[in-house]
Design a protein around this ligand. Sequence first.
Ligand code: ADP
Ligand code: MG
Length: 217
Amino acid sequence: MSEWPGYFISLEGIDGAGKSTLAAALAGELSRHGYDVVTLRPSDTELGELVRGYLLEHHQVPVDSWTEALLFNAGRVQLLRERILPALKTGAVVIADRYADSTLAYQGGGRGLPLSGLHWLHREACRDVWPDLTFLLHLPRSIAEERQRSQQLPLDRFEADANGFHEAVRSAFEELAAAYPERIVKVDAGRSPTAVFAEICEMALRRLAGRRTPPRP
Ligand code: ADP
Ligand code: MG
């Protein structure tokens, strides 16, 4: 059982999988059920915004893979201390749009850094805090790309990377889901938004109902 009364949910998957859309929808639905909900992205601290701005938009100078891992971890330490832990301590449901699995998938699977080193970093810097429940949104990259194209946003440094990188990220996510089946629930994100939303809502509400802290009356 967690050290705090709150509940921690993360959404993971490649860009365009639907994380942000679902984070907002799930937050709305859980609020309607009486839960206090805090939705967070990795850039939701001052340092996190700085770090992600540099890492995602900086195309000119090659960035070493360890620099990527360390900076993403630095952003996450601040997010954890400033936002996630305080919210969990008040009993809120935290919904994180990406968390530590992204670093294992992108810098581990994608860039080839050893998972043991990345796990060590997370254990030491982020107190080994993991979500209670993670939804891994599973979607072929071709469909994710189509969705992103229709948004007409500029590609970031990771999205512009070669297909081999994205394939490695996708399979790292799959391996994480296989390694942590209690925590990570794989969701077929290729269906309609309504169908995906219904599945994750039902699962989140069911898991929350099994917890100590009930929603507000
Ligand atoms: P992510 O945060 O994972 O990058 P987004 O939530 O921003 O993904 O979604 C990317 C795009 O795909 C958005 O235009 C969104 O409206 C659309 N989208 C999200 N979920 C679905 C879905 N299930 N079916 C079709 N389009 C979707
Ligand atoms: Mg998003």
